[in-house]
Design a protein around this ligand. Structure first.
Ligand SMILES: Nc1ncnc2c1ncn2[C@@H]1O[C@H](COP(=O)(O)OP(=O)(O)OP(=O)(O)O)[C@@H](O)[C@H]1O
Length: 307
């Protein structure tokens, strides 16, 4: 086995006439945290399910933990951990009882020891006797993570694990993911949160089943060659309306007292902003961020599809 825990090439999946995932290729190295982003329905869950052996691709090839995703699906399922978007648990059992029950369902040996170790690893010891139904969203997610780690998988697939979880609990959850990664666990995690994407070693972005970008965040942003200017002052919605019709303006967005304008041509954008604002605003060039990059990728892809 090489150093890649996921190595898939040209995967396709149709549901009836709907081509849900198109020519999908991805390589994930051991110990890497790989973020998986894209709008609702872009094919993230379907891609995850193909990579971890839950559904068979229509075409393509690939390996997960060195095992063939077409012919060794059962073996893959035993070796990975998969936290689905809608995990189920028994609300009237405690955390510990839930984990013991899941360990029994999976026919794991030394169940008590495994549960005790997982509770400790995930910081759940102090809560182990609490009823699952009474837990807050953050603790429920942590318990779900514990459930898919009982058999000590070296690769985790987490499908939107922190949806609806408050910022503090999300931070703590991500701290745990980084600890696991330090211990050599590879993690592929789908999310809609940009701050979570920025915590990953690498990210992939899907739209309408197409993988539009993947790699480190700086490499993705740099490849797009976008310039972003920040304009600070009053009357920003009106200014935004005036700037948007110019073809040199790729996209605009207001955050508080700042209007961010993104373009592929820095010189033309600077000239336009100077002409339109007439020197009455504070203007500065800023780094293009990941959200700008993904928004641009999606817009550009939409335009290509519609033309
Ligand atoms: N079992 C299925 N049968 C039919 N269509 C499906 C099935 N699973 C997924 N799809 C369709 O395939 C497309 C991709 O769905 P998928 O769940 O992979 O997207 P996603 O990016 O994970 O979305 P979300 O962010 O909402 O979870 C969607 O149009 C969805 O309706």
């Amino acid at each position: 086995m090489n150093d890649l825990c996921i190595d898939v090439h040209h995967l396709n999946k149709h549901f009836g006439h709907h081509h849900a995932v198109k020519d999908f290729s991805l390589q994930v190295a051991r110990g890497e945290i790989y973020g998986f982003l894209g709008p609702n329905g872009s094919g993230k869950t379907t891609s995850i399910r193909m990579m971890c052996g839950l559904i068979t691709p229509d075409s393509g090839s690939g390996h997960c933990l060195g095992m063939d995703i077409f012919t060794q699906r059962e073996a893959i399922k035993r070796r990975i951990g998969y936290m689905t978007q809608h995990f189920s648990m028994w609300e009237n059992l405690t955390i510990r009882e839930n984990l013991l029950f899941i360990a029994r369902l999976h026919n794991l040996q030394q169940r008590r020891e495994r549960v005790a170790r997982t509770l400790a690893e995930l910081g759940l010891e102090s809560r182990q006797h609490q009823l699952a139904g009474a837990l807050s969203g953050g603790w429920k997610q942590r318990m779900a993570l514990a459930a898919c780690m009982l058999h000590q998988p070296s690769l985790l697939f987490l499908d939107e694990p922190t949806a609806g979880v408050d910022p503090k609990a999300r931070r703590e959850f991500w701290h745990t993911l980084h600890q696991l990664s330090e211990e050599g666990v590879s993690i592929l995690v789908s999310t809609h949160y940009m701050d979570e994407a920025e915590r990953c070693h690498k990210v992939a972005y899907l739209s309408y089943g197409h993988l539009l970008a993947n790699g480190t965040i700086p490499s993705i942003i740099q490849a797009l060659n976008l310039t972003t200017m920040r304009i600070t002052g009053a009357g920003l919605p009106a200014l935004e309306n005036r700037l948007q019709p110019f073809p040199v303006v790729e996209q605009t967005v207001i955050f508080g007292n700042n209007l961010f304008v993104t373009s592929r041509d820095e010189a033309q954008l600077t000239a336009l902003i100077t002409a339109v604002t007439g020197g009455s605003y504070a203007i500065a060039k800023v780094d293009t961020n990941l959200e700008d990059a993904f928004t641009w990728l999606m817009k550009n892809h939409d335009e290509k599809i519609n033309n």
